[in-house]
Design a protein around this ligand. Sequence first.
Ligand code: MTE
Ligand code: CO
Length: 444
Amino acid sequence: MTDINNDPKSTKALNSQLVKDDVKRAVSRRSAIKSGLALMSGGAIAASTASVANAVTPDPLITEIQDWNRYLGEGVDARPYGSPSQFESEAVRRDVPWLTADAKSSVNFTPLHKLEGVITPNGLCFERHHGGIAEIDPADHRLMINGLVDTPLIFTMEDLKRFPRENKVYFLECAANSGMEWRGAQLNGCQFTHGMVHNVMYTGVPLKYLLAEAGVKTAGKWVLPEGGDASHMTRSIPLDKCLDDCLVATHMNGEALRPEQGYPMRLVVPGWEGNMWIKWLRRIEIGDKPWHQREETSKYTDLLEDGLARRFTWVMDVKSVITNPSPQAPIDHGRGQTVLSGLAWSGHGKVSRVDVSIDGGRNWKPARLDGPSWSRSVHRFYYDFNWDGSELLLQSRAVDEFGNVQPTKNALRAQRGVNSIYHNNSIQTWHIKPDGSAENVEVS
Ligand code: MTE
Ligand code: CO
């Protein structure tokens, strides 16, 4: 769990916790799965089912005038910057306190089970900081380009506004997303297993325009963006990627970036691991080779069984998760017409297909993709079915436009062993019980 925990002391504590929990869960969940399989049934929804609303009983909530219907409400200026309804107070980012020693180098998670559509609201985008949130007055912010360039330059925010800008929706996924699940089912909720992802519309200046302004020398092949926060985060990025589709973003979902997301500017590196999306961007150096910084040597590498490590694993592979039902969002309406919903994404391009299984991967049915399908943006899928109240083992499997298929957990382990943390894009299983509750399990 190195990404969400860079402190070796607490990494140790975390590992022993992982092992303890593994053992406990392996026993309780496996027995649950066996009994579940025997009972399993269910099927795709028929065109018409029994009514899902109460047809006859008189309901006082409709027959009697309620307070909110009787009295005038607050006026227009009561909420100059609007916030969600008080009844949505559960839709918040949450952390896992035992994961990290200090909130300043930590992570919290997007409440995926509370969201619909494909856009993550700004206030719910997960946060991952290595040195806390930098509070920067844009009037004091500068972006420098130096290194192998004809003219080293310093840009102010005003300077940046004069360059052509673009609007693009992209997912950002931390390479450590689902990292805690490598060795076994661990955290009970898609917020915690998959919530290190968000998807927003960025407004930004293509990095290629700024690099052209400085004039990259022919020897320049690599780019090192640096953060203006206390962590001074840096990553080596190939120049070709920067010239292709990277943005220096100032806005998300129409408004200025939030401080948590790098205000006043961050780097957007479409489809690539979140660690490279440097926040509070203050400097871009051009070089002729990678720098081998901390975040690309001791972190963000995957130790294989033979002692070698995978490095520079930038692209986030095709992945999906069922967000409803899930452990934090049980089926609470009883049997009958049920909507299963989820998210799928691929760092390679568009998602072309998602299949759903209700029996732990034995049989698969195509899900319905709905909403916009943009390259390297999350896709929403639905599977409408009739739940007969029996136990289910729900899984989703995404395929992208290049034919990349989301692997099972065991297939991924066969390839990479069990030492890995990063780039776990394997299939997630939720065990649905007859009372509608759900648990994070693994099927083998
Ligand atoms: N940039 C700076 N300057 N400092 C950071 O701590 N964290 C990185 C990346 N960029 C980080 C940073 C990591 S590991 C991730 S996953 C993403 O930012 C998280 O972006 P978010 O906080 O907007 O979700
Ligand atoms: Co990260």
